[in-house]
Each structure stands twice: as C-alpha cells, then as structure tokens.
Design a protein around this ligand. Structure first.
Ligand SMILES: NC(=O)c1ccc[n+]([C@@H]2O[C@H](COP(=O)([O-])OP(=O)(O)OC[C@H]3O[C@@H](n4cnc5c(N)ncnc54)[C@H](O)[C@@H]3O)[C@@H](O)[C@H]2O)c1
Length: 247
C-alpha cells in the first residue's frame, strides 16, 4: 500500500474534502491523525476509516491549539501534513464586516502557517510533504469573495515561499486549487444581498459536463502529491476545477 506506516495529519477532517482525504490515506495504510473544531464530525469520520485514527479536536484560530494538534500527530514523527480546514464567507465588499475578513484570514491562512511551522521540524527529519488547500479563488478573483480569495491567494504565496525555503532540506510543499466541490461548504447557495450580480460569479462556473468535483476527486490529488510519484514536484499549484479557470 502506498502509505503503509506513513504518519499523516489531516486538518478539516470532520467534513467534506478533509474527511475524504483522511479516509483515503487510511485506506492506503497510513497512520492518520484527524483534526477539526467539530468533534462530532471527527468521530463520524473516524468510524468511516479503515484504521482508527488519532482524533484531536482543535481550533484553527488559536495558534496554541494548532501546535497541540501537531504535537498529538507527531508523537512518533510526521511524514505528511494536509492543511484542509477552512471557511467561506460571501458578501458584497461594502458591507462585509472587517472582523469577518480577519476571521477568514486567521482560519484559511494564518492557521496554515501555524500548523506548518509546528510540523516543519518533524517533516525535515522525515523529508516529508505539506499539501495545502488553496482554491480556484486563490488564482483568480471572485466577486463577493474578497476575503476568501485574499486568504487563498495568500495560501499560494505561503506554499511557494515554504517550498523554496525547505527544498534543500528535502521537504516538498504544494497547493491544490479546487473549483466547485460538493461539500457542506457549498451546499447552500450564497445569500444574494443588495445589488449582487450573480453573472459575475457564474463566469467562473465549471465548463466540463458534470464539472463539479466530489470530495474524493480532491482526495486523489492529495494522495498523489503526498506520494513518491510527485517526488519532483514542489512549489506548485494544482487546479482541479472542471475547467473553471480555463476561460
Ligand atoms: N467546497 C469547495 O467548493 C471548495 C473549493 C475550493 C477550496 N475549498 C477548500 O477546501 C477546504 C475544505 O473545504 P470543504 O469544502 O471540505 O468544506 P467543509 O465545510 O465541508 O469542511 C471544512 C472543515 O473545516 C473545519 N473548520 C472550519 N473552521 C475551523 C476552525 N476554526 N478550526 C478547525 N477546523 C475548522 C470545519 O469544521 C469543517 O469540518 C477549505 O479550505 C476550503 O476553503 C473548498
């Protein structure tokens, strides 16, 4: 099995892409730690996995909690970190609360740095891998998503910077940029407020027939980037979006 005995930490594992990714690594023989603020969802995920994970609730807004998560995952070392926890908040920019802007950046960007920072000493020892979750919104602006898009562009910058800084130490760092994925995050249509022009958003709709992704499609890419098949890939962004950004 591809990840037999590998020690893997997956954040955001109570739901959606994180859940599918945790299930995928466990199916490939990994020793997985799952982290999320949703303890009930974590237990549901654990019950779906081929082998029992270490279950560690954490809150991404709290750097100390991020460090505790890594400590729980790395008692025996760490080979792979998948940063997947995140939130999405829509809204017209003129009325979007600055406090919400801060929160989106804290969870989607600062926490990725905090978890990665804590994990890097272990990953240097194992010549390990970080796979971050950016977004199509990390490569292109999306109307009414200024905070989310800024947070995901920042994940791309963070990914490339860490990739350069740690390449000579044998640690690879890449980012996945999913388009629309069918998860609880996207289950509800965003609220239409004020004079929001939905056509501005639909410019970025998937182009492929049935172009929305399933969480398992994204989990496949996490598994590929964490595997030896990707040994020459670092500092890269991988779009998986049914052609959303193609034109
Ligand atoms: N669904 C999409 O279309 C899509 C597209 C591009 C990128 N993404 C990104 O993929 C990642 C996973 O999203 P998803 O679609 O699976 O959504 P989801 O809502 O199903 O899962 C996100 C998980 O993050 C957790 N989380 C949120 N805030 C947290 C916090 N403060 N501390 C700890 N955990 C926290 C949630 O509890 C949840 O389990 C996110 O980073 C998201 O931005 C999603």
């Amino acid at each position: 099995m591809e990840f037999e005995g590998k020690r893997v930490l997956v954040t955001g594992a109570a739901s959606g892409i994180g859940r599918a990714t945790a299930i995928r690594f466990a199916a490939e023989g990994a020793k997985v730690t799952i982290g999320d603020r949703n303890a009930v969802g974590l237990e549901e995920t654990a019950a779906m996995m081929a082998s029992a994970p270490v279950v560690q609730p954490f809150d991404a807004v709290d750097p100390a909690s991020c460090r505790q998560l890594v400590a729980a995952a790395a008692t025996d070392g760490l080979d792979v970190l998948c940063n997947i926890a995140g939130i999405l908040k829509w809204g017209p920019s003129e009325t979007f609360a600055v406090e919400d802007f801060d929160l989106v950046l804290k969870i989607n960007t600062t926490a990725v740095f905090a978890v990665s920072q804590a994990a890097l000493p272990y990953l240097v020892r194992s010549k390990g891998v970080i796979v971050n979750t950016a977004s199509a919104a990390g490569l292109s602006g999306i109307a009414y998503n200024a905070a989310y898009s800024a947070s995901k562009h920042a994940v791309v910058g963070l990914t490339k910077s860490l990739a350069v800084e740690y390449a000579a130490k044998g640690v690879r760092v890449n980012a996945i940029c999913p388009g629309h994925v069918e998860t609880p995050m996207t289950a509800e249509a965003p609220p239409i407020e004020g004079d929001m022009d939905w056509a501005l958003v639909m410019r970025n709709a998937p182009k492929l027939l049935n172009g929305s992704c399933a969480p398992e499609d994204i989990a496949d890419l996490f598994a590929f980037l964490a595997s030896g098949k990707a040994r020459k890939i670092t500092g890269a962004t991988f779009t998986i979006d049914g052609g959303q950004l193609a034109g």
